[in-house]
Design a protein around this ligand. Structure first.
Ligand SMILES: [Fe+2]
Ligand SMILES: [Fe+2]
Length: 248
């Protein structure tokens, strides 16, 4: 099914509670009574169409309206991506890290080496994800907004032209694979190699959190790779063409 603007926001959560985290990224708190998606979005200054495309593509993997998503402004897309980064680094990763710490503190001595290995894998993963996100926040997304501004103003100067020639948005594609591979390894350690621990519930909680994170990250990367990158790529092409024809 697809969510439409006249569906009650409460029903969205009843149908798919995983969308709770998406609501948070749009700064939409709970307590919406019987208000529709449209009403709730309006009262929180959220673009309803964009919200619908985001929740629908998250809810149904086979629904991915690339063209619709590309039609939204880069400012809107960048803001959503940044909020998602904060969710990973400020909430989800520390939360999982806390669970792993708890597991280590409460384990018997013979399990300590295995859990240290788990912790090491997690720390490596966290570092890799952090570097990836830091690069996006500090380099890629500001560059995207710079391109967007030039495109809107229909003007390109020499420094920006040189920048596009030295670094194009396509250089940043494919970087998602490494991050995904590391997360897969991490899950596998728990599923395949960790001997049974006393605290099975906590172990399962960590595993479930890793699966949820993976799903979320896949959705996030898909927006970056198939919406953000091609949109910026096209702008880069038009801008460089404009600059070159002005020069000669
Ligand atoms: Fe990202
Ligand atoms: Fe990314």
């Amino acid at each position: 099914m697809q969510f439409t603007r006249d569906i009650k926001m409460a029903d969205v959560i009843h149908i798919n509670y995983m969308l709770l985290t998406i609501l948070k990224r749009f700064n939409i708190p709970l307590g919406f009574g019987d208000k529709t998606i449209e009403k709730v979005c309006r009262s929180h200054d959220v673009n309803t169409d964009f919200f619908l495309e985001i929740i629908n593509s998250f809810h149904d993997k086979s629904y991915f309206p690339e063209q619709n998503l590309k039609a939204f402004s880069l400012e809107l897309i960048v803001k959503y991506l940044r909020n998602t980064h904060d969710y990973y680094m400020l909430e989800k990763i520390p939360e999982i890290e806390g669970y792993i710490e708890e597991l280590i503190q409460n384990c018997v001595t013979e399990n300590k080496p295995n859990l240290s290995m788990l912790k090491k894998f997690f720390t490596d993963y966290k570092q890799e994800l952090n570097e990836h996100i830091k690069k996006e926040d500090e380099m890629v997304l500001p560059y995207v907004l710079e391109i967007d501004k030039a495109y809107k103003n229909n003007t390109i100067d020499k420094p920006l032209y040189d920048k596009i020639k030295n670094y194009s948005i396509n250089d940043y594609e494919d970087e998602h694979e490494n991050v995904e591979d590391k997360l897969f390894d991490l899950k596998n350690i728990i599923i395949k190699y960790l001997p049974p621990l006393q605290n099975k519930n906590l172990c399962n909680t960590i595993l479930i959190e890793l699966f949820l994170l993976e799903r979320d990250l896949n959705d996030h990367s898909r927006i970056e790779d198939t919406v953000l990158v091609p949109k910026v790529d096209q702008m880069e092409q038009e801008l460089t063409k404009m600059y070159e024809s002005d020069q000669g």
